[in-house]
Write a protein that binds this ligand. Structure first.
Ligand code: SF4
Length: 193
C-alpha cells in the first residue's frame, strides 16, 4: 500500500476545529485548543497513513484556514495538497455594500418560505418553483442541515440566494431556540426574549 505522512504544525494552529469536523478519524482538537493526531502517540506531530485514509486526511488538511496540516506522498517526497500559499499575494481590501433595490435578482429556480415551530423543535421550509408552485417541503432541526439539504437537492441556483437562505435559516433557528417571534426578512427582536 502506498504510504503517506500527515504533518501538523501546532504553532500555526488557531484551534478553529474544521479539520476535526471534516476528518474526525485523523484529527482532534486537544485541551490546549490545538490540533492533535488521533492514532498517534501523545504530542506526535506526524502520522504515517495508507491510501485508505488519504481522502479523509486531504479533506481535513484542505479546510484548515492557516495551512497547519501537510499531507506528504512518501515515495515522491512532496505534498499532495496543491494548496501552498502564494508568497506575494496582495490582500484585497473590500468595503462591503449592497443595495437590494438595485441589485436583488430573483433566483430563476424559485423561492422559499421559512417558518419555525418551537413546540416541535423544527423549522419548516416551503420551496416554490419558477412557476410559483409549491414543489417541496423541507423540515429540519437546524439551519445547517436544511440549507445543506436544499443545496444537495439543487433547489437554488445562485450564490446570493444560497447565502440569503443560510442567513434566514440561522435567524429562524435562533428565534426557535430563544422563543422569539420570527418574520422572514425582518430583523430579530431580542427585546422580546
Ligand atoms: S483546521 Fe487548522 S487551525 Fe483549525 S484546528 Fe485544525 S489545524 Fe488547527
Amino acid at each position: 500500500m502506498q504510504e503517506y505522512e500527515v504533518r501538523i504544525d501546532r504553532n500555526k494552529c488557531i484551534g478553529a476545529g474544521s479539520c476535526e469536523k471534516v476528518a474526525p478519524d485523523i484529527f482532534s482538537v486537544d485541551e490546549s485548543n490545538k490540533v492533535a493526531l488521533k492514532c498517534a502517540q501523545a504530542g506526535a506531530v506526524s502520522l504515517k497513513i495508507g491510501s485508505d485514509k488519504i481522502k479523509s486526511a486531504v479533506e481535513g488538511a484542505r479546510v484548515c484556514p492557516v495551512y497547519a496540516i501537510g499531507v506528504i506522498d512518501k515515495s515522491a517526497g512532496k505534498s499532495i495538497l496543491g494548496i501552498e500559499p502564494e508568497k506575494n499575494l496582495e490582500v484585497r481590501k473590500i468595503l462591503a455594500h449592497y443595495d437590494s433595490s438595485k441589485e436583488w435578482q430573483m433566483d430563476p429556480f424559485g423561492f422559499f418560505t421559512i417558518k419555525p415551530f418551537p413546540a416541535e423543535g423544527i423549522i419548516k421550509v416551503r420551496y416554490y418553483n419558477a412557476k410559483h408552485q409549491l414543489a417541496a417541503e423541507i423540515a429540519g432541526k437546524t439551519a445547517e442541515e436544511i440549507y445543506n439539504t436544499i443545496c444537495r437537492e439543487k433547489l437554488v441556483s445562485s450564490l446570493a440566494h444560497s447565502a440569503y437562505l443560510g442567513s434566514e435559516l440561522q435567524k429562524a433557528e435562533i428565534a426557535m431556540k430563544r422563543n422569539l417571534p420570527y418574520v422572514q426578512d425582518d430583523p430579530l427582536d431580542f427585546k422580546q426574549s
